[in-house]
Design a protein around this ligand. Structure first.
Ligand SMILES: [Zn+2]
Length: 94
């Protein structure tokens, strides 16, 4: 059946992924690979106006394994990186 295999593969992937992935601390929805995220304390949030109070909390994006791919060394937020380096930080997010 056309498309049957890809749906099953997605379900297999999803069932594995959901065990390792984090949820947004604000909207409580799952964080998917490629999503830009903010870190507020130990909590991860979508980097959106609805979920994150400031772009200063930007910390990286979600990788294929559901874990954060840090934008800065030491898992720093962009604001922490700016304070550490004393330099303006600019990142283009896609
Ligand atoms: Zn969210």
């Amino acid at each position: 059946m056309h498309g049957h295999g890809s749906k099953r593969k997605f379900e297999e992937w999803f069932n594995e992924y959901v065990l390792r992935a984090s949820c947004c601390a604000s909207c409580e929805m799952l964080l998917f690979p490629g999503s830009a995220v903010g870190r507020i304390g130990e909590n991860l949030v979508h980097l959106t106006f609805d979920c994150c109070p400031s772009g200063g909390f930007y910390v990286g994006s979600i990788g294929e394994d559901g874990q954060v791919v840090s934008a800065f060394e030491g898992n720093l937020t962009i604001a922490e990186q700016a304070m550490k380096t004393g330099e303006i930080q600019i990142k283009n997010l896609e």
